[in-house]
Design a protein around this ligand. Structure first.
Ligand code: ADP
Length: 161
């Protein structure tokens, strides 16, 4: 069974993330969306909220081979614990590339079985990021075009000024 892990902050989940999840779920037997629990990284939504929004969005899409989990520490080590050898990451622009390239090499150094598969964004989500959603939401702007419909109200309520 080919298991892949899609790690990220998902602070909060966007339609860009869901696009990657939907496409990757068709490429692997099982996809684990892994929310990072890094205490040093400042986040707006708690680990539980980020995972819960993802779970609801995945369920609403009917993606039965996708599960949501979280990890602490190095993702290359987390891969071993779940029996996965592929990491999925999304690329929006060249500006994502340098950092992603470095992380992919580092992950393979730590875990020789850890290969990274990059999926290029769908063009309609090219500009979309969690930070954009947080920014618009924090000024009371409409975020409904950017996040899954089933969680939009909860995300907006938390970001509201
Ligand atoms: P991280 O803090 O680990 O970068 P994010 O939640 O910001 O976590 O992103 C997780 C992954 O999803 C990254 O690989 C990122 O490049 C990708 N991603 C984010 N937004 C988009 C988008 N609009 N289209 C494609 N990939 C995206």
């Amino acid at each position: 069974m080919k298991i892949a892990v899609y790690p990220g902050s998902f602070d909060p989940v966007t339609l860009g993330h869901m696009d990657i999840i939907r496409r990757a779920s068709g490429m692997f037997d099982r996809l684990i969306v892994a929310v990072v629990a890094n205490k040093n990284k400042k986040v707006t939504f708690s680990l539980e909220e980020r995972a819960e929004f993802l779970r609801r969005a995945v369920e609403a899409e009917g993606l039965t081979n996708v599960t949501v989990d979280f990890y602490d520490g190095l993702v290359a080590n987390y891969l071993r614990t779940v029996g996965a050898t592929t990491l999925v990451r999304g690329l929006r622009a060249m500006s994502d590339f340098e950092n992603e390239f470095q992380m992919a090499l580092a992950n393979r150094q730590i875990n020789a079985d850890a290969d990274t598969a990059f999926l290029v964004t769908s063009v309609e989500y090219m500009y979309l990021s969690s930070s954009l959603v947080r920014e618009i939401g924090s000024y009371g702007g409409n975020i409904r075009d950017f996040v899954p419909e089933c969680v939009a109200a909860d995300i907006a309520a938390k970001l509201k000024p």
